[in-house]
Design a protein around this ligand. Sequence first.
Ligand code: FES
Length: 308
Amino acid sequence: MSDARLAGLAESAAQVIERQEWLAPLEDGLQRAVQAAFQAGGAAGQAVKNFLHGTWLGHPLHPVLTDVPIGAWTTALVFDTLDAGSRGWPWQASARRRADDAILVGVVGAVGAALAGITDWQHTDGKARRTGFAHAALNTLALGLYTGSLVMRRRGARGAGRSMAGVGFGVMLASAYLGGRLVYRERIGVDHAQREEPEGFARALREAELREGQPARAEVNGLRVVLVKRSGRVYAIGELCSHLGGPLAEGQVQDESIVCPWHGSRFALEDGRVLNGPATMPQPCFETRVRDGFVEVRRRPEAGLAAA
Ligand code: FES
């Protein structure tokens, strides 16, 4: 099959998934359940949520964890193939043991990847939500097949165990395609902040337009900036949220931070660092000064990258 034909088939399959409107109630229910579970956990729930998003990493945690099952189950496939093709050879027992160990590692890694993935997915909508739901369903199926494979192997049904793992590998590949589509097509998990560097100080808005503790939007050399005046100090960070581009100027100021109105990411006004996810990447941060009644801003040479 040619590359173009294969790509066309994959695209058609993804579009069929995107059209499955009957899944919407299931997606709604699952998103609500995940959100309620984290909210019920209070501060501890928020800390776990931040951890699973990867706010401490400056990068989503989910794609890091998916490498574990993909790598481990690929290793298992190699050893299973070696096992099947080396009947009676001295290394067969060793190949079997290694295949079983690799599957176990993959199962544990898949559980961690699933937790991080569903934490990110709860804030998606539209095509991304549908694709993410299908991605999760396929991953759950792959996890079930590999768990069943382990059970079969322990019971001595090695041939059945190998077959289940083989099917699981194919399901995992299909799911990985959808995962890639979520990132490269739907732009889930990538940085949505504007990071171009304006040269020198430039006027943002009149100082008189700022109200204490109220965010104000300005555009500076094509960059959207949100300005907040607090206790006589003027803060400025990028206005488009790094998570999915939400408008921070419509968010709530909380102490020395601002909360995104779309999914609740909280950023420090001081340096743009992430205080609460789902965002994992900091906001661009600006120096401010007042000249002739205007607030002027200049992008800080180094934005803070570490999460709180
Ligand atoms: S766009 Fe999602 S938290 Fe801001």
